[in-house]
Design a protein around this ligand. Structure first.
Ligand code: F6R
Length: 248
């Protein structure tokens, strides 16, 4: 893992957005689709803001972009304002020229009978494009990436998972109370993420400092799933000063 530390998350996010924009344009020049793995939550918001600005003000086209989101709560309706489906449209997809058929977000409404096959199909669809060119990540205080909670296997694929208590505590404000937070989610696996050609993890603020120390300086272990990024050869952690404050 390579770390870069910025004074402001805004400045950092703009640089990450520019890396993504350059990749989209390079792929466009090659006449190839650009396959992006995307995250929700507070961490990537300013990256999406800058991508929208690049589209509106500098002509960045998303016509060749195919996206796969990391995760979605389960069960969850697309129209629910707490859904990741809603989040992505609000922050990015409604404001750029991406083709609707190129947007992939796990469906939180699939029936429990269909769930397992649905997850296998999601994984296969990513593989059918030759894998992810770029994966954007945040990190949870449990050490999750996507919703790969402690105990997740290094080679795990897209599947349903039970959310950790701490993850549900952190989501509680958005759901107006922990009782309203779904107990499960669909998530890409650690193996899915690790197959990406390039990974950028974003973390801002003091609440992430402890888990970043364990992730970067601790031993690789399923107890901190993000440690499985240590062995990926093209991963950068983009941090602000506070998030990096426990690193030696
Ligand atoms: C979201 C996701 C999660 C978040 C993590 C951090 O799609 O996969 O792993 O990235 O929970 O969330 P924030 O950015 O809200 O601190």
């Amino acid at each position: 893992i390579h770390n870069v530390i910025f004074d402001s998350s805004k400045e950092a996010s703009v640089l990450v957005a520019h890396e993504i924009a350059n990749l989209i344009q390079r792929k466009e020049e090659l006449g190839e689709p650009c396959i992006l793995g995307l995250a929700t939550g507070s961490s990537p918001i300013k990256v999406y803001e800058e991508l929208v600005r690049l589209h509106k003000e500098e002509g960045l086209s998303f016509a060749n972009v195919v996206t796969f989101n990391l995760d979605e709560y389960y069960p969850m309706d697309k129209s629910n304002i707490q859904s990741y489906h809603y989040f992505m449209h609000e922050h990015l997809f409604n404001h750029v020229n991406i083709l609707p058929e190129n947007i992939n977000i796990p469906d939180g409404n699939v029936s429990s009978e269909e769930l397992q096959q649905y997850c296998i199909d999601y994984e296969m669809k990513i593989k059918s494009y030759g894998g992810l060119d770029f994966q954007l990540l945040g990190i949870g205080r449990t050490g999750h990436i996507g919703f790969n909670e402690p105990g997740s296997h290094i080679n795990s694929g897209t599947r349903s998972i039970t959310l950790d208590h701490l993850t549900r505590v952190d989501a509680a404000p958005a759901f107006l109370g922990i009782d309203n937070v779904p107990r499960k989610a669909i998530t890409m696996g650690i193996g899915t993420v690790r197959a990406a050609k390039r990974i950028v993890l974003l973390a801002w603020g003091i609440s992430k400092a402890d888990i970043l120390k364990s992730t970067i300086e601790g031993e690789m272990s399923s107890q901190v799933p993000a440690t499985y990024l240590q062995e990926h050869n093209n991963t950068t952690f983009v941090l602000d000063t506070e998030a990096s404050s426990e690193l030696t």
